[in-house]
Design a protein around this ligand. Structure first.
Ligand code: TPP
Ligand code: MG
Length: 319
């Protein structure tokens, strides 16, 4: 399923919006306006957009602390997301969830998760509920290469295939789990081989090519909706920023990052739009300007919003 020009332009716009949002968060963080931890998804916008654009609004999604991109791509309100980052009452979780817990059931987002691998069984539960209610929904779970070694991920792969759950497992392989490289943590050359061991249809794709991601997820969703069960997709990508803000990045070289930036997913799509569809340089640049402006608006909205009242500190808390 090849996306047409109109869809490609929408995907480009959303990828630029994610990049602008995440870059602004880094600035705000460095300026002391965001507390806690921040894990930018800069460089991984094609997996976020290509995957969620192949789904319906009511399909389920779980992702990780690096999931802002997927949430924005699936349609989270950017103002409320920014307000959440600045701890405001108008935030998605009234300013009490923060960067790693974005949740919005109206777009199927049943949660980012700070625990490595934990979103995977939660998505399987959502997939089971979708299978039982028979409305044709699917669940997408996005997780990192590090999550593949969590026991609960193996348990989920087993049950998902056994029960033919309408589940799409998207592993963003950015070659590192925190400061540990893949080569230091597994003898596998392809993480998709791990899923094959559970009898699951599994492939490895170029995660920086938004068209390839879209096509693969669209096919996986069609299989899932037809009752053919889960698909495991290993998407090769790279994060351009550190694991989190403050990461000294001593485990990789500047040359390696510079080399990876040559395959920036936004650049690849930009070139594709210019070469195949003759979209002008000006039009492509305008998108960057406009998405930055959209982020300005979100920041203004957040800063004009009140902080939660101290009396609310124990409300909406599950205890
Ligand atoms: C169960 C668990 N173990 C360890 C951690 C600490 N930790 C946070 S992120 C991370 C690395 C995960 O890497 P990966 O799954 O590749 O995702 P990426 O950060 O690269 O997107 C680790 C080990 C955690 N949050 N949860
Ligand atoms: Mg990783």
């Amino acid at each position: 399923m090849t996306p047409n020009k109109e869809l490609l332009e929408r995907m480009y716009e959303r990828m630029c919006l994610i990049r602008a949002f995440e870059e602004r968060l880094m600035e705000l963080y460095k300026g002391g306006e965001i507390r806690g931890s921040l894990h930018p998804c800069i460089g991984q916008e094609a997996t976020a957009v290509g995957s969620t654009f192949a789904l319906n609004q009511d399909d389920y999604l779980t992702c990780t602390y690096r999931g802002h991109g997927a949430a924005i791509a699936k349609g989270i309100d950017v103002n409320a997301a920014m307000a959440e980052m600045l701890g405001r009452r108008t935030g998605i979780s009234k300013g009490k969830g923060g960067s790693m817990h974005w949740t919005d059931p109206t777009i199927g987002l049943i949660g980012e998760n700070a625990i490595v691998g934990a979103g995977v069984p939660i998505a399987a539960g959502a997939a089971l509920s979708a299978q039982l209610d028979g409305q044709g929904r699917v669940a997408l779970t996005i997780f990192g290469d590090g999550a593949i070694h969590q026991g609960v991920v193996g348990e989920t792969l087993n049950l998902a295939q056994l029960w033919k759950l309408p589940l799409i497992l998207l592993c963003e392989n950015n070659l590192y789990a925190e400061m540990t490289s893949l080569a230091e943590s597994t003898p596998l050359k392809k993480l998709s081989d791990r899923a094959k061991g559970y009898g699951i249809k599994a492939i490895t794709i170029d995660g920086n090519d938004v068209c390839e991601v879209f096509d693969t997820i669209a096919k996986a969703a069609a299989r899932a909706r037809a009752g053919d069960g889960p698909t495991f997709i290993e998407a090769m990508t790279y994060r351009f920023a550190g694991h989190m803000i403050g990461d000294p990045e001593t485990y990789r070289t500047r040359e390696e990052v510079a080399e990876a930036r040559k395959r920036d997913p936004i650049l690849l799509l930009r070139n594709h739009l210019a070469e195949k569809y003759a979209v002008s340089e000006t039009a492509l640049n305008d998108v960057v300007v406009n998405t930055n402006r959209r982020v300005d608006e979100a920041v203004a909205f957040a800063k004009n919003s009140p902080l939660p009242d101290p009396s609310e500190v124990l409300t909406d808390i599950w205890a």
